[in-house]
Design a protein around this ligand. Structure first.
Ligand SMILES: Nc1nc2c(c(=O)[nH]1)N=C([C@H](O)[C@@H](O)CO)CN2
Length: 120
């Protein structure tokens, strides 16, 4: 199984369930692994045959920056839906961190897997 990944993509957004959180922007950090077959792109050396990680990142930055969800669950789920619907990805693992949200912890967040895993 081949993976195209995006690591530590930091995006500022409105996120949180408390009143004070609706008044500020906080950082969420995305780590994404996307299943795709890289062999065609490796053969042709053409970006058109690749899963373009820059296109995925730009799409998610635009979406997350304008979103205003309460829960990290909702934001992670919507990001996963966008990737599966708009890009040639069959399965993904997406981790969404909200660093500094809980005092004493480095980070909190959610890890989800969506789509059909090859061979499963
Ligand atoms: N499972 C979750 N628990 C909590 C969330 C969340 O989005 N999912 N959010 C909060 C608050 O917004 C918190 O991040 C503020 O510090 C609490 N628990």
């Amino acid at each position: 199984m081949d993976i195209v990944f995006i690591s530590d993509l930091d995006i500022e957004t409105v996120i949180g369930i408390f009143d004070w959180e609706r008044e500020i922007r906080q950082t969420v950090r995305l780590n994404i692994e996307m299943n795709t077959d890289v062999r065609r792109a490796a053969q042709t050396d053409r970006i058109e045959d690749a899963l373009d990680y820059k296109s995925v990142a730009k799409r998610l930055i635009g979406f997350v920056e304008q979103s205003e969800f309460g829960l990290v669950e909702t934001l992670a789920e919507r990001c996963a839906e966008i990737i599966l619907e708009e890009f040639p990805v069959e399965w993904l693992r997406l981790k969404l961190d909200k660093p500094g949200a809980v005092r004493g912890s480095r980070s909190v967040g959610i890890l989800i897997e969506r789509g059909r895993k090859p061979g499963a």
